[in-house]
Design a protein around this ligand. Structure first.
Ligand SMILES: *Cc1c(COP(=O)(O)O)cnc(C)c1O
Length: 406
């Protein structure tokens, strides 16, 4: 068995670029994007790709060329979008902790809107805009208090979460925003969680938001857009993702006859299954009855298993004859939480090349230098062509900026 990304052999890529190595498929990125534009046709949503899922400049440029906008959560991500040729006027700024410097940077760049998450943030944004003699476009992130039925660490739409403004405080927050001279209210947004497999909470969130839109209209506060966030799941294991056309149809019914334009902020569902992580087996080890396949990729390359107990499918590109056994597939990092998979049936031996699937989202973008491990290289495949889109980090990169001054 030899495995391919589009027309390119994974073994050949590992040979040329080394491991660990992220490999992305341009065709899969395009297909995921177009599945949204096709499903939501007629609604003409502005798709604001959530940069934090994967901020590689080539991926951002590809989405920008497809017409995408961007959802950012830091000034650093805005710099990425601009460096990749993305449009500021299609970029929205989410997150609970925007700093004054980030507000100023985004105002100067001319972003489409700030998704504001609290009353103090409204005041600070008003001041920042006043300082520049300008007006900040704002949407309020409302917490619709629906249970997204996902892992607690990626559930964001419940009252107990730090995100958004509580529904019962929403009208007062809008009235406050309307009273501030350097803010211009443009919309409303929510984002109830990630890796959502059920449509019902997404539709319910929309219904609650629209009821609020009507209450605001009755008070003379008219909104231009509604932004329903991201959160659509992908298949890692045996999940059934929500049907996009069914989601779109539900929104058509809810939004029909309204003048509101629609924004969506998909992240994972645009990139998750367009990427994989290649890792070489260093050795196989036994502790008593327990087997460990020790790979050269670790939690610093793919944090999801450690952080969310996430499942990633793992294949051996070239299993040698020999019985499969049950093993934990682990990395070299000195943490018990450092595993890519637990209790997995696999046939593997030293030197084998493993493919960790569905590693396009929240993988490279969450990578760290823990254990002074260099961040992995990234390759983008397009048909029979491929390109290094991020060089493997070097020791000198990691030590740059540090001083041994004593
Ligand atoms: C992370 C995030 C997204 C993207 O979520 P996915 O589950 O990757 O689609 C969208 N909006 C906001 C505000 C986010 O924080």
């Amino acid at each position: 068995m030899s495995l391919y990304c589009e027309n390119v052999s994974l073994d050949a890529l590992a040979e040329q670029f080394g491991t660990p190595l992220y490999v992305y498929s341009q065709a899969a990125l395009t297909e995921a994007y177009q599945s949204y534009t096709a499903a939501f046709s007629g609604l003409n949503p502005l798709l604001c790709y959530a940069v934090k899922a994967n901020g590689n400049l080539s991926i951002l440029r590809h989405f920008a060329r497809l017409g995408s906008g961007f959802d950012i959560v830091s000034g650093g991500e805005l710099a990425r979008v601009l460096a990749a040729g993305g449009r500021a006027d299609k970029t929205i700024f989410s997150g609970v902790g925007k700093s004054r410097a980030e507000m100023v940077y985004a105002l100067e760049a001319g972003i489409k809107c700030f998704n504001v998450e609290s009353l103090p943030e409204l005041d600070q944004l008003n001041e920042a805009a006043a300082g520049l003699g300008t007006v900040a476009p704002v949407s309020l992130r409302i917490n619709p208090d629906v249970d997204a039925q996902t892992h607690p660490y990626i559930s964001t739409g419940l009252k107990a979460n730090k995100f958004g403004i509580a529904m019962e405080d929403a009208e007062a927050a809008y009235r406050h925003a309307a009273s501030l001279p350097h803010l211009r209210i443009t919309g409303i947004d929510c984002h109830i969680g990630s890796q959502l497999t059920n449509l019902a909470p997404l539709v319910e969130a929309c219904e609650r938001m629209l009821a609020l839109v009507d209450r605001l209209a009755a008070q003379g506060i008219e909104l231009e857009h509604i932004d329903l966030g991201g959160g659509i799941s992908i298949v890692y294991h045996d999940e059934t993702p929500p049907d996009l056309p069914a989601y779109a149809q539900a929104l058509r019914q809810l939004l029909g006859g309204r003048k509101l334009s629609l924004i969506l902020e998909p992240g994972r569902s645009l990139v998750g299954n367009a990427g994989l992580l290649l890792t070489r087996v260093e050795r196989v080890k036994r502790n008593g009855d327990k087997h460990f396949v020790i790979a050269d990729a670790a939690m610093n390359d793919l944090m999801r298993p450690a952080l969310y107990q996430a499942y990633h499918h793992i294949d051996n590109t070239n299993p040698q004859p020999g019985a499969p056994f049950t093993a934990d597939i682990v990395g070299p990092v000195c943490e018990t939480g450092d595993f890519l998979a637990q209790n997995r049936r696999i046939a593997a031996q030293a030197g084998d090349l493993l493919v960790v699937h569905s590693a396009g989202a929240y993988a490279a973008s969450m990578a760290s230098n823990y254990n002074t491990r260099a961040r992995a290289a990234e390759v983008l495949v397009n048909g029979s062509e491929f390109r290094l889109v991020r060089a493997r980090e070097q020791i000198t990169d990691m030590l740059a900026g540090e001083l041994a001054c004593l």
